[in-house]
Design a protein around this ligand. Structure first.
Ligand code: ADP
Ligand code: MG
Length: 628
């Protein structure tokens, strides 16, 4: 009894299309076939539990084997099997609404996942690597007959009586010429490792098999036997499927090492576990993040019922959480649709805010539980918390209570604590509280000291995200401004009423200005003569806060800011009219001497900010020696 028929697809050349367009991703055939085997196994187990199958379950290990000589890969399971009728129903009637829609859709498809899932082509992905596929199967149902199905990649198939004696299914792929790379132990091992490492049914990988033509050998055993190494390749119950109360810290750390063998231990982790209104499990780890946030992306692995899908979790995980590591498993994430659809998907949105909330809660909890330990971790998590606060409004709301500000004395404050700390001294005449910060403790040391002398506190904002964070804080906090400590002379950073009067006459000021302009002769510096404390430096070089911040932001990639990045640096040169050195410059005998002294004072200011380099530095040293 042999039956021939046509697979009901309304186009003749579906297989060439599958092969051609899905080529780049063709390794997923193994994921699809092994997960079908696993599904079939899970189903028979469930039927057994429900009492609908009363036979022996036996060893249900799924087996993957290949034969280099015969050029076959075989996937075998002891799942529920199929009757001939079921093959016709589930395999032959390919579930998609029409060839036209298919052809229309795959044009834009970016990867095989999109097509395979959308059109229910899981099984057919076999034809990406095989020119002929056989199914040998025996259904668990009593009185079933074994069935054999073969198809050579055209739309013609053949179905006949099979010889399989025990319950389950073998899928035999006759690997095509272009895909012989898959007949390799390491290649297959690698693919299994990637996609099947955490499948819930044990999977054995035989590196070599002996095969007998008809699906069973003389004894009625399975068609092939793996004769070399055969080892179980997966962990059937990875930690995210377990209850947190059954797990120790060691378990979490061990799993982390398994996922990222080269990484340092994570700081802490969150176990995700929801089943309503969507289903999601997972473990997210906080790695030690320093500044290399680009490098660390794509570390979260996305699974669907323990089958690895992708490590591109964009859109499912909020942008700022992409720095986390770990695993998310959800059967509710639509994996097979386009990106724009994903963004609009309500489950994805819910998952997104669930994860955000969980992460915020965890951080809040760590902060409350042990402030000291939290402060110690701040260097590693700060970048991440700030990033979150900038990019997600909801996260800002929570983060503002556990985000820390560090000052130059290495003391930590919450935003609120800091506000109360500096308000009394650092509020200007317009009732604005000014937070001062430094981005480079070495270069800005003289400014920090001047500020400290006035009783001002200075924050450290030296991570690449800080220019954005500062902008963000300023927009959120009322009556608060942030200024870099070198945005102006200390006297003027926080404008109070009691400023020093400039002791120079208007005329004297004018000639001081001219002397310095001549000495500096660079239009990127504008000279201003001001009345400052005689304790201050004679010359101070500052860059106005707004412009400098825009430039910093342009540097760390703020698209709209790039305009500022292209502008030349512009500095203010504040001349302290009350300083004896300025008096000396003014009263020098010759024009030449005036210029020389002015230049010297200017170079000293540059020097103290690390701005004096190259030829200018050499000239300065030479001049200093002469003057001695
Ligand atoms: P999906 O797995 O999404 O249903 P597939 O194309 O992978 O789509 O498989 C189609 C159907 O074929 C499955 O739903 C199942 O009924 C049947 N099938 C495939 N492989 C097996 C197997 N190894 N054992 C039993 N049934 C299978
Ligand atoms: Mg499938």
């Amino acid at each position: 009894m042999q039956e021939k028929g046509t697979i009901s697809i309304h186009t003749e050349n579906i297989f060439p299309i599958i092969k051609k367009f899905l080529y780049s991703d063709n390794e997923i055939f193994l994921r699809e076939l092994v997960s079908n085997a696993v599904d079939a196994t899970q189903k028979i187990k469930r039927l057994a539990t429900l009492g609908q199958y009363t036979g022996e379950l036996g060893d249900v290990t799924v087996e993957v084997a290949f034969d280099e000589k015969k050029k076959t890969i075989t996937i075998s399971d002891r799942g529920l099997g199929m009757t001939a009728e079921e093959i016709k129903k589930y395999i032959n009637q390919v579930a998609f609404s029409g060839a036209e829609e298919f052809v229309e859709k795959f044009k834009d498809a970016k990867d095989a996942n999109e097509i395979i899932g959308k059109f229910g082509l899981g099984f057919y992905s076999a034809f990406m690597v095989a020119d002929k596929v056989e199914i040998h199967t025996l259904s668990y149902q009593e009185g079933s007959e074994a069935a054999k199905w073969t198809c050579d990649g055209s739309t013609e198939f053949e179905i006949s009586k099979g010889k399989r004696k025990d319950r389950g299914t073998d899928i035999i792929l006759h690997i095509n010429k272009d895909s012989e790379e898959f007949l390799d132990k390491w290649k297959l091992q690698g693919i299994l490792d990637k996609y099947c490492k955490f499948l819930p049914v044990p999977i054995k990988f035989g590196t070599k098999s002996e095969s007998v033509e008809d699906g069973v050998d003389e004894k009625g055993d399975k068609k092939w036997k793996s004769v070399e190494i055969d080892n179980i390749v997966n962990t059937t119950a990875p930690i995210w499927t377990k209850s947190p109360s059954d797990l120790t810290d060691e378990d979490y750390l061990k799993f982390y090492k398994e996922l990222y063998p080269m990484s340092e231990d994570p700081l802490f982790w969150i176990h995700l576990n929801v089943d309503y209104p969507f289903n999601l499990t997972g473990v997210l780890y906080f790695p030690k993040v320093k500044n290399e946030f680009e490098l660390q992306r794509n570390k979260i692995k996305l699974f669907s019922r323990q089958v690895f899908i992708t490590d591109e979790v964009k859109d499912i995980v909020p942008e700022f959480l992409m720095l986390l590591h770990g695993v998310i498993d959800s059967p509710d994430i639509p994996l097979n649709v386009s990106r724009s659809f994903l963004q609009a998907d309500s489950n994805v949105k819910k998952i997104n805010s669930y994860i955000t909330k969980k992460v915020a809660d965890k951080l809040g909890e760590l902060y409350k539980k042990d402030r000291k330990a939290y402060e110690e971790k701040w260097n590693d998590i700060g970048l991440f918390v700030k990033y979150g606060m900038i990019s997600e409004e909801k996260f800002y709301e929570k983060g503002k209570d556990f985000a820390l500000l560090k000052n130059t004395n290495n003391e930590y404050f919450t935003i609120e604590e800091y506000q109360s700390k500096v308000k009394p001294v650092q509020t200007d005449k317009n009732e604005q509280t000014i937070f001062l910060y430094a981005t480079d403790l070495n270069k800005q040391d003289s400014f920090i000291q001047s500020a400290n002398k006035k009783g001002y506190d200075v924050l450290v904002m030296d991570s690449p995200i800080d220019s954005h964070f500062i902008q963000n804080l300023e927009s959120k906090l009322e009556k608060t401004q942030l200024k870099r400590v070198d945005a102006d002379v200390a006297e003027k950073l926080i404008q109070k009423d009691d400023t020093y009067a400039n002791l120079l006459t208007e005329e004297q000021s004018k000639s001081v200005k001219e002397i310095f302009e001549k000495a500096i002769s660079n239009t990127n510096y504008s000279v201003e003569v001001e009345g400052l404390s005689p304790e201050e430096m004679p010359v101070t070089i500052t860059m106005e806060e707004f412009m400098r911040r825009m430039k910093d932001m342009a540097q760390t990639g703020g698209g709209a800011m790039s305009f500022y990045g292209s502008l030349p640096d512009h500095y203010k040169v504040a001349i302290n009219g009350n300083h004896p050195v300025v008096d000396k410059v003014l009263k020098a005998e010759t024009e030449e001497e005036k210029t020389r002294l002015a230049k010297q004072a200017f170079d000293l200011a540059l020097l103290s900010q690390g701005l004096l380099t190259g030829k200018d530095l050499t000239a300065f040293v030479k001049r200093s020696v002469e003057m001695m």
